[in-house]
Design a protein around this ligand. Structure first.
Ligand SMILES: Nc1ncnc2c1ncn2[C@@H]1O[C@H](COP(=O)(O)OP(=O)(O)OP(=O)(O)O)[C@@H](O)[C@H]1O
Length: 450
């Protein structure tokens, strides 16, 4: 799920790429441009939740852009970056309306913390759409659990709706008027996760030029979702356990303890119990967060959900695209939806629905509008295979290479029994790069085995 849309303006192409990587890894949707003039054009074609801009650029530069934004988009938060940090520059930028100022070089955690402070809170989605008996039972259980203050562990395969259920629990709890803060432990590089969770004081590390509260503090009074908690490294798990036990946090580089009143929810698409048994996940932390376990079955295990979900997603996307008429699924299209295995669960269904909406020209969605990726990966075999035809996203030579990369990652995951650490080592890439690649694969609806 995207965290919001950012416009990144930076004329140094390699720095722009690095920033983009950091922001996308944290699930922000980003558009990047190389000049203030291109930023103005991008703003005409798209709407954004925040702008991050370099100051020293050819043309009107960052300050010119800031002036433009003040005039035409006064509510849009602007974060400026500059290599020549002086107090005067910072004061001037703030006077002109920038919400904050980053002096280069800065670390990824500083950037992400600043961004998370100014991004508007994501609109909370409504009740999860369910119709199958299994899902109805799960939802009614979730509603009862919501009334308590217990930690909840939400399990289920990738794309099954774990985050949707977490939001539902928050919405149905007494904490509903307080913040719901989500952090994806798999998407944030290891060295950044601690600072992002616990916050830091000025000078705690290079680039920490001002103090910043962590996610725990940001969630005070409300709910903190630790998404994909299984991906947190063991050292940090110990620190997290301490925070949960003592109900207080100490920022990095700080000496003050801050009392917390935060309900913690966690999700995992891996078998955390087995990970705890094998020592990959701390057993004491497992029991601490697993007070109440809830599990989404895979979408193909709850077939009665498929059509109501498809209709709901269709309506959501049609409204977002300002379509005056919302088409309906024809009978053959429904049959095709019901006969697919949905290895990517609701996220895959969402992709298929979006494609169908783009292709449909009549008031009825035809079977030919239902384009399903045939990445039917058989995880029961040692060597996963990609069946024909190849998905549309993977066309062309670049797509061919990507498809091969996906197969290699999946094969190595299977050889290493799902251990991300071993896979990264074996493939000679960093754990961070592997996580990024797997996140991209999930977005394509490819199911990553636990
Ligand atoms: N029951 C539901 N009702 C409405 N929308 C749903 C439901 N389940 C999932 N979705 C939609 O499907 C997509 C994937 O859901 P979500 O992000 O909650 O899955 P997830 O299990 O947390 O995935 P991952 O393990 O990859 O993080 C989202 O766009 C979400 O809005």
């Amino acid at each position: 799920m995207s965290e919001g849309k950012l416009l990144l303006v930076e004329d140094d192409a390699s720095l722009r790429e690095a920033l983009l990587d950091t922001l996308m890894l944290a699930h922000y949707d980003c558009v990047d441009v190389g000049s203030a003039e291109d930023a103005i054009l991008a703003l005409k074609n798209d709407s954004f939740d925040m702008v991050i801009s370099d100051v020293q650029m050819d043309g009107i530069g960052g300050i010119g852009l800031l002036n433009h934004l003040q005039q035409y988009y006064p509510k849009l938060p602007v974060l400026l970056m500059t290599a020549y940090a002086t107090i005067d520059n910072a004061v001037n930028a703030m006077k002109l309306g920038a919400v904050d100022y980053l002096s280069k070089p800065f670390s990824p955690e500083v950037l992400l913390n600043q961004v998370s402070r100014y991004m508007p809170v994501k609109a909370v989605e409504g009740t999860p759409i369910v119709a199958d008996e299994k899902s109805l039972a799960l939802l009614s259980l979730a509603q009862r659990v919501a009334a308590s203050d217990a930690s909840v562990m939400i399990m289920g395969p990738s794309g099954s709706g774990k985050e949707v259920l977490a939001r539902y629990i928050h919405q149905n709890s007494s904490r509903v008027t307080k913040p719901f803060v989500a952090i994806n432990c798999a998407a944030i590089p290891e060295n950044m996760l601690e600072a992002t969770l616990f916050g830091y004081e000025k000078g705690a590390f290079t680039g920490a030029y001002q103090a910043c509260p962590g996610k725990f503090e940001q969630a005070e009074g409300g709910t903190l979702l630790l998404d994909e908690i299984s991906e947190m490294e063991v050292g940090l798990q110990a620190k997290l356990l301490r925070v949960l036990q003592e109900r207080e946090v100490e920022r990095l580089g700080g000496r003050k303890t801050i009392k917390l009143n935060v309900r913690v929810l966690a999700t995992s698409n891996r078998d955390l119990k087995a990970m705890a048994a094998s020592g990959e996940f701390r057993e004491d932390l497992y029991y601490r967060i697993n007070v109440f376990p809830l599990t989404w079955p895979a979408l193909n295990q709850r077939p009665a959900d498929i059509l109501p979900l498809a209709r709901h997603l269709l309506q959501r996307h049609a409204q977002a695209a300002n379509r005056s008429e919302i088409p309906e699924f024809g009978e053959c299209a429904c049959r095709k939806l019901l006969s697919h295995r949905w290895p990517g669960n609701v996220r895959e269904l969402d992709n298929v629905v979006q494609r169908a909406l783009i292709l449909s020209t009549a008031s009825e969605i035809l079977v030919s509008d239902i384009i399903i990726d045939s990445l039917e990966l058989d995880f029961t075999n040692d060597s996963p295979v990609i069946a024909e035809p190849k998905p549309a996203e993977l066309d062309g030579l670049g797509g061919e290479l990507k498809a091969q990369e996906h197969v290699i990652i999946l094969e190595t995951l299977s050889q290493c029994n799902g251990s991300r650490k071993l896979v990264a080592e074996k493939l000679g890439i960093s754990a961070r790069t592997l996580r990024y690649k797997m996140a991209k694969m999930r977005d394509l609806g490819i199911q990553i085995p636990a």
